[in-house]
Write a protein that binds this ligand. Structure first.
Ligand code: FAD
Length: 448
């Protein structure tokens, strides 16, 4: 089986690795660095900077833990070096692993020149029995904005930023936007957030969004609700964002966080017989196959959940399918059961059915909520903000979903994700012998 993968992000890397392990002859084509946007621009640098911000904000609350006041100062050069060091190490370790598995790595831009052929400038054409296209996405830049990389930034110029902005205006209050607000507020910037609806994180549980808004307001973040940005003007060292209702928001820098567009151009997809959706994604079935069965698309390009975690599992499933393993017990990916997290303060994570969604569907649910303030570990750690909410079926006790707002939510939600995927019941959680004192005990309590 000659398997060619175009794009070395989480989807491509995982697909190449699994297929090689299963015995395929694998070539991975990447035009930049192995690891993809996830490693270079998105997940890794954002979370690395948030880790620094978290330490700063924890230090600012040092008195709560019995220390004399601390006032840490950000060293942007050191922070930059750290972010780039993490990226390089991860890229090197992924490259080593793929090479040791026998994956052939080709540097360059790959494109289909026929249904079974991939071309990479400077290399011999590759014949393929199966192809995975996993080229990801890039930030959406509206026609009313000119990104200059100096004061008007896309998410790709913010890690690390040229300076810690004195006053950052963030446009867009989805997951990416609120993470940036949190990050820069922690690093000492004044921040204004333009929120197009009436709540930040418009798709999240209102109670969860409200907890984040409270924290933002306490930290002095200014929220402009019901405002849509419609223009940006640079006036000397200042930037003015004009909203469609006439409001003006002034700052020293502006950051666009209004989503992404799939990287589906110049890949030769139409010549191979694949038509894109109006949004530019490759339509795929539950095996990530396009209309041409041996050409697959995964990750952000597939238009499913744009998460690195999902991209990697899609890549794994594609490799299994390519190698004919789908006939044995093979579970389709259930995107409704994907856990996701927002790395703000408090941290937010959820999985499965949300309370508001259940009400909208008229579905009977049991909701149990336990505040972090009831957790001994949260009190010991000096951060008792937040809650755990568990959603289950009142008739069967099966865990359907949950939301967590509070420290380490992204870690804790995995327990609920496992319960949701494996159809565990609340009793299974309630009778599990967890560590004490640990935040996870709040899950046991919510399950009782
Ligand atoms: C700011 C930000 C933070 C994020 N944080 C998280 C997070 O914490 N957790 C999470 O799960 N998700 C996060 N995401 C989403 C996540 O980054 C994406 O869902 C993920 O990167 C998608 O993976 P992918 O494999 O589809 O593509 P990518 O990671 O985008 O990789 C695609 C690769 O394809 C290469 N490529 C493109 N065209 C070609 C070509 N023609 N030939 C060869 N190579 C090509 C590119 O160079 C790139 O390396 C974040 C996104 C953003 C914007």
């Amino acid at each position: 089986m000659r398997f060619v993968v175009i794009g070395g992000g989480p989807a491509g890397v995982r697909a190449a690795s699994t297929a090689a392990r299963l015995g395929a002859d694998v070539t991975l084509v990447e035009r930049d660095v192995i690891g993809g946007a996830a490693n270079l621009w998105d997940c890794v640098p954002s979370k690395a900077m948030i880790a620094t911000g978290a330490l700063v904000s924890r230090a600012r609350r040092a008195e709560l833990l019995g220390l004399a006041p601390l006032s840490p100062k950000v060293d942007l050069a050191a922070l930059s070096a750290r972010v780039h060091d993490i990226e390089s190490r991860l890229a090197a370790s992924m490259t080593d692993q793929l090479e040791s598995q026998g994956v052939r790595l080709l540097q360059g831009s790959g494109r289909l020149s026929g249904p079974h052929r991939v071309e990479v400038p400077g290399h011999e054409a590759l014949d393929a029995d199966a192809v995975l296209v996993a080229t990801g996405s890039s930030p959406r830049i509206p026609d009313w904005a000119v990104v200059d990389g100096e004061r008007v930034l896309s998410t790709r110029q913010a890690y690390p930023p040229p300076v810690v902005p004195e006053h950052l205006v963030v446009i867009g209050s989805g997951v990416t936007g609120v993470e940036f607000v949190h990050m820069f507020a922690s690093l000492g910037s004044a921040v204004s957030l333009i929120v197009s609806r009436q709540q930040v994180l418009p798709r999240k549980d209102p109670e969860v969004a409200a907890a984040l808004e409270t924290d933002f307001l306490e930290r002095g973040v200014s929220l402009l609700k019901g405002a849509r940005a419609a223009g940006i003007e640079r006036i000397g060292g200042r930037v003015v964002v004009r909203c469609d209702d006439g409001r003006l928001v002034e700052g020293s820098h502006v950051l666009l966080c209004i989503g992404s567009v799939p990287a589906s151009r110049d890949l030769g997809l139409d010549a191979a017989g694949i038509e894109l959706t109006p949004s530019g994604h490759v339509p795929v079935n539950h095996h990530c196959q396009s209309v041409v069965p041996h050409i697959y698309a995964a990750g952000d390009l597939s238009g499913r959940l744009p998460l690195a975690s999902v991209a990697a599992v899609q890549g794994h499933k594609v490799a299994e399918h390519v190698m004919g393993l789908h006939s044995r017990e093979h579970r389709h990916l259930d995107y409704d059961k994907a856990a996701s997290a927002i790395f703000t303060e408090p941290e937010i994570a959820d999985v499965g059915l949300a309370e508001a969604e259940a009400f909208a569907l008229g579905r009977k649910i049991r909701v149990t909520k336990v505040p972090y303030a009831a957790s001994s570990r949260a009190l010991i750690d000096g951060d008792a903000r937040g809650f755990v909410k568990l959603i289950s079926d009142p008739a069967t006790g099966v865990v359907l979903g949950g939301s967590i707002v509070g420290a380490h939510a992204a870690e804790l939600v995995s327990v609920i994700a496992l319960a949701v995927t494996a159809n565990l019941r609340v009793n299974d959680l309630a009778e599990s012998l967890f560590v004490h004192p640990a935040l996870a005990e709040a899950l046991v309590e919510a399950a009782e």
